[in-house]
Design a protein around this ligand. Structure first.
Ligand SMILES: [Fe+2]
Ligand SMILES: [Fe+2]
Length: 309
């Protein structure tokens, strides 16, 4: 049995001091949004409860689906690196970046620099971005037990009022190759990305651009599970695969307080096992129910993986 925890969108707060030069960009919109809504919705109190519960559940690995920060300010990125180290070791935590981590041009490079150990594949020869420059780092592959964790980046800087994601053609080609190889090795293939890869899952200005191309790769090569974030919702969708429907799952923001228009902070645990050559998965959602309760079990049910009997 392998237990994978799925968290997303902590949007770590509070915002550090911002100067006028840093706000002379799309950041001014995010700053106003933060002051108006997010500072109230995202508090470290709920995130601390979620992280403490994840620790208590002692999963074998943590999949973190991006949006660690808000405006991708340099101080936010450094603070997030400290938080990542408090969550777990790079060996035990896999991260893909979100649109807020790539908020303005250049931000994603800084985020990669500081968070790199959490986004490196098993075959990476390097521990510095300079050594990696010029070599593709997404998708990365990490094998833990019988599980292949494949991290895809959909993070890209966008214009004002946009929060779209993109996955380049060469990244999709490498994803196809990894999925094919990992299937031959009999691994349970878990693909992580930030944006939902299902058409219509978000408003147009927040979508994964050309999600159809990602869906075509899954339709041809398959996967056992797809995890994402971005919508801050507790949703289960699916994409067609060659051996049946592939579950596509999202979790609420790991920081969100109860009582808002989005669900309160939660995360999921996937207990994955192989029996008679078929994958089985028991999914548990754990999170905050109301202001008084701590983190509790919200739901527990089998999740049908494509080749399950
Ligand atoms: Fe987010
Ligand atoms: Fe996002």
């Amino acid at each position: 049995m392998f237990t994978l925890a799925h968290m997303s969108d902590p949007h770590l707060g509070p915002l550090p001091a911002v100067n006028a030069r840093q706000l002379a960009s799309k950041r001014i919109l995010g700053y106003l949004n933060w002051q108006g809504n997010r500072a109230k919705a995202f508090t470290s109190h709920y995130l601390e409860s979620i992280v403490a519960d994840v620790r208590a559940m002692a999963p074998d690995h943590i999949a973190l689906c991006g949006d660690l920060v808000n405006l991708a300010l340099p101080a936010e990125i450094i603070n997030a690196a400290v938080w990542l180290r408090s969550l777990g070791s790079p060996q035990d935590v896999s991260l893909v970046p979100g649109n807020h981590d790539a908020y303005v041009p250049g931000a994603i490079r800084s985020a990669r620099q500081h968070w790199l150990p959490y986004m490196l594949g098993d075959d990476a020869q390097s521990n510095t971005l300079e050594e990696l420059d010029g070599t593709p780092s997404f998708p990365y592959l990490r094998v833990r037990g019988d599980v292949a964790i494949i991290g895809v980046s959909s993070a890209a800087a966008t214009g004002p009022f946009m929060a779209t994601g993109r996955i380049g053609k060469s990244q999709l080609e490498r994803l196809a190759a990894l999925l094919e190889t990992c299937e031959k090795q009999g691994l349970c293939r878990v693909v992580m990305l930030h944006h939902p890869p299902v058409k219509g899952a978000t408003p147009h200005h927040k979508r994964l651009v050309a999600s159809r191309r990602f869906a075509q790769v899954i339709a041809k090569y398959g996967a056992e599970l797809i995890l994402h974030g971005h919508t801050h919702l507790d949703t289960q969708m699916q994409l067609p695969g060659p051996h049946g429907a592939v579950p596509v799952l999202c979790v609420p923001s790991a920081s969100n307080g109860p009582g808002g228009h989005k669900p309160a902070a939660a995360y999921k645990l996937y207990h994955i096992s192989k029996e008679e050559n078929h994958w089985h998965c028991l999914m548990e959602t754990r999170g905050i129910q109301d202001k008084k309760s701590g983190v509790t079990s919200l739901a527990k049910a089998p999740l049908i993986l494509p080749n399950s009997s």
